[in-house]
Design a protein around this ligand. Structure first.
Ligand SMILES: [Zn+2]
Length: 335
């Protein structure tokens, strides 16, 4: 929907490039976070380092020639826990095991969920001041927050999800008031139980986005997309940001059967692999996307956040991605 972006005052080239959200944390941040947990440094010292790392990533993204920037999430640990810690109604559990050997503190919904005040807005403003390019506002969505938490308070998953949606609407509203025009809602879990999509997940995102004049992106990964497509097109967002490369571009075949009607941020590099895909490989993936999408519908980015990659791998992948987009754009000749 380039018209909507234009109306919002955002001019982007054809095939805009972006990142999903997280970028690798430099070693000094990992060290500082450990020291902070061990109470060896204070919050101000940690924050100063997070700001330094954010600045470095803004500079890197600009040097790479990325069109829509992210703050890189230097200040976040787990994407659900971060919001849980900052909303009223949650407490945290002991360590829970997920994804093999990864442990995290699963949030527990223990009371009425309420928005206490801005969670991401100061970081968005800080990072946006560092660049003239648009910077995405970014929240974890209500469905994923619900699915990744224990619910000890609400009578049903639906009630918990809709309560989260109301609280997160306040956050999105605050981001929009601060000036964010492109807002991404991360919903990696949204295909967890396909029947819940129509039962309440669509309604939840409607609550989150209601009355807010912004271009909304919904990022979904780990997806069993075949179970929620084409129903997921009902989600009230402008753009879906999907993991495509790790699933061998299966979705492209799905889009031949049911055409994709929104904009699509097409994941062209696998974030789980150390290998830096070549420009040619990425170019081929973009051309494959263009078999089922109009160039005006297509954005290009990695499959998911790059936080698990080493900095050189992340930069290498983004660099080749930008170059591949340049080559494809050249072939589209001034459209
Ligand atoms: Zn993801």
């Amino acid at each position: 929907m380039p018209e909507k972006l234009k109306r919002l005052g955002i001019n982007l080239p054809l095939l805009p490039t972006t990142s999903v959200g997280s970028l690798p944390k430099p070693p000094y941040i990992l060290e500082a976070r450990q020291k902070f947990s061990a109470k060896k440094i204070g919050a101000a010292e940690l924050k100063a380092l997070e700001e330094k790392a954010t600045k470095e990533w803004i500079t890197t993204q600009e040097e790479l020639g990325i069109d829509v920037l992210v703050d890189g999430e230097m200040y976040r640990g787990d994407m659900a826990a971060f919001f849980a810690e900052n909303l009223e109604g949650f407490r945290t559990s002991g360590l829970v095991r997920s994804y093999g050997n990864r442990y995290y503190r699963k949030p527990i919904i223990a009371g009425e969920i309420r928005w206490r005040g801005p969670i991401t807005v100061e970081w968005w403003k800080f990072a946006q001041r560092l660049t003239k390019k648009p910077l995405k506002g970014m929240i974890t969505g209500p469905y994923t927050m619900m699915d990744w938490s224990f619910n000890e308070y609400y009578p049903s998953r639906r009630d918990a999800c809709l309560a989260l949606a109301k609280a997160l609407h306040e956050e999105v509203n605050a981001l929009s008031k601060a000036g964010a025009k492109i807002i991404q809602i991360d919903e990696p879990a949204i295909s967890a139980r396909p029947e819940e999509l129509s039962e309440f997940a669509v309604e939840a995102l409607r609550i989150v986005t209601s009355g807010i004049d912004a271009y909304f992106i919904c990022h979904i990964c780990y997806g069993a997309f075949e179970f929620i497509y084409p129903e997921m097109l009902q989600l009230p967002v402008d753009n879906f940001d999907l993991e495509m490369s790790n699933s061998e571009l299966d979705l492209v075949e799905l889009f031949r059967v049911h055409p994709f009607t929104k904009d699509l941020s097409f994941g062209v590099v696998d974030v789980h692999s150390h290998e830096v895909e070549t420009v040619e490989t990425i170019e081929r993936r973009i051309r494959k996307a263009l078999e089922v999408l109009r160039p005006e519908q297509l954005w290009v980015d990695p499959d998911c956040g790059l936080k698990t990659r080493a900095r050189e791998e992340a930069v290498g992948k983004l660099k080749n991605m930008v170059e591949a987009v340049r080559r494809v754009r050249a072939g589209l000749g001034g459209r």
